[in-house]
Design a protein around this ligand. Structure first.
Ligand SMILES: *Cc1c(COP(=O)(O)O)cnc(C)c1O
Length: 413
């Protein structure tokens, strides 16, 4: 017999994270299983933006850069991110998008490993990671940069002394597979390569220990598990030992040692600020900054435990439903090999997700056939998981997903 709804209600009552939910704006009647794509709105964010617009920008105009510390926001937000990454404040900066930060750090990694030209990654990696590496390859030409792709499971075996940097995403966005950060990082170091981890689906979902594992470089985004809002600033991590020698090619004035000296020649800022290129988006930084305050006092071991429990419940309920027998699990079955999502393949997956959204259960679809469900322990309840699977079962039993309005593909899936 599978877990009853009453048991889920009891689990919610005992949940040590249960009070976090009230910090979010969650529309009535919606079950949100897509916080791994766009985190929910923290209540503190509209208030922070109101203060910024009314009391800072609206009143103090350009004076805000000094009076309200706008100029330091990249570093300040980086310092709030650092504990979530297992990093020190001076190693993290909030800036730009993951794509842009990847460009900076991949180019910097190649310069830190002269004589090596290979960026090693896997074809299963998130497309923007591959596209940015391809762009760099085209810019630098083959003799200085070559993107080498192997299956994700073969990354360790493909490391050799031609590799300048291993670029890997910690949690695969399709399958939710969690790569072995400790093992791959030390395997890369054994051949003298650097590692660059993409933490898009990791930070805010599970504990991270970048410093302890001697990770070299990392990037991640602010709008998924970190709830910074659509297009929130991303971040970059550079281990302190690399900072002095790190040269990144987007050498804009905000990464200069003294931007307001207006010197004609570039001189990098001494620390992590050298990763900045242009003027930060102050509105977006403030939104992310307010969202990050929610993590104060949150134990990431508890977040991980609840994330795994929510996913295990979802899987158990799906697998105990004969109506859902055609859903094929595409995430690892072992909980410790997963991030905070589950993916299932089904030929009618797109329409099923659309029909589910029409019922108020928001998941997403990833081409060609994946239904993807993300679990965000700060605001998702056990009872939500139960209701979501019950909703999916109802749709399939009634054949609702076959209705014509659920067949048409939108631009963003
Ligand atoms: C979401 C995501 C990105 C997004 O990159 P942006 O440039 O910030 O849009 C990159 N990599 C991974 C693995 C992602 O999941």
């Amino acid at each position: 017999m599978s877990t009853s709804r009453a048991v889920c209600v009891a689990l919610d009552a005992e949940d040590p994270l249960k009070d976090c939910r009230s910090s979010f704006v969650l529309p009535e009647g919606v079950i949100y299983l897509d916080g791994n794509s766009l985190g929910a709105l923290p209540k503190a964010v509209p208030a922070a933006l109101k203060t910024l617009t009314e009391q800072e920008w609206g009143r103090d105009l350009i004076g805000g850069w000094n009076q309200h510390g706008w100029i330091d926001l990249g570093r300040e937000v980086g310092a709030k991110l650092a504990p979530l990454l297992g990093a020190r404040a001076e190693e993290v900066i909030a800036a730009d998008s993951i794509s842009v930060n990847l460009f900076k750090l991949l180019a910097a990694a190649l310069r830190l490993r002269p004589g090596r030209r290979v960026i090693l990654s896997s074809a299963e990696n998130f497309p923007t990671d591959l596209y940015v590496a391809q762009g760099l390859e085209a810019l630098l030409e083959r003799s200085r940069c070559e993107l080498k792709l192997v299956p994700e499971a073969q990354l360790a075996g493909a490391l050799d002394d031609s590799v300048a940097v291993l670029m890997a995403t910690h949690v695969n966005f399709r399958s939710g597979r969690l790569l072995d950060m400790a093992g791959l990082t030390s395997a890369a170091h054994e051949v003298g390569a650097l590692v660059l981890w993409d933490l898009a689906h990791s930070a805010g979902a599970l504990p991270l220990a970048l410093d302890e594992l001697a990770v070299d470089l990392a990037v991640g985004c602010g709008y998924k598990y970190l709830n910074g809002g659509p297009g929130a600033p991303a971040y970059a991590y550079v281990a302190a030992r690399h900072l002095d020698a790190l040269e990144q090619p987007l050498s804009g004035w905000m990464g200069h040692a003294d931007p307001f000296a207006f010197s004609p020649s570039y001189e990098p800022a001494p620390g992590i600020e050298r990763l900045q290129a242009g003027t930060p988006s102050v509105l977006a930084m403030r939104a992310l900054s307010a969202a990050l305050d929610l993590w104060k006092g949150v134990d990431m071991a508890r977040v991980r435990a609840k994330s795994l429990a929510l996913a295990a419940l979802f899987l158990e309920l799906v697998e105990s439903s004969s109506a859902l027998a055609d859903l094929e699990l595409r995430s690892p079955r072992a909980a410790d090999e997963r991030g905070s999502q589950l993916s299932f393949a089904h030929a009618e997956g797109y329409a099923m997700v659309q029909a589910l959204i029409a019922e108020g259960v928001i998941g997403d679809f990833r081409a060609p056939d994946l239904l993807r469900f993300g679990f965000t322990p700060l605001y998702l309840r056990y009872v939500d998981v139960w209701d979501a699977v019950a909703g999916l079962e109802r749709i399939v039993v009634e054949g609702r997903h076959r209705e014509p309005q659920f067949q048409k593909r939108a631009r963003v899936t």
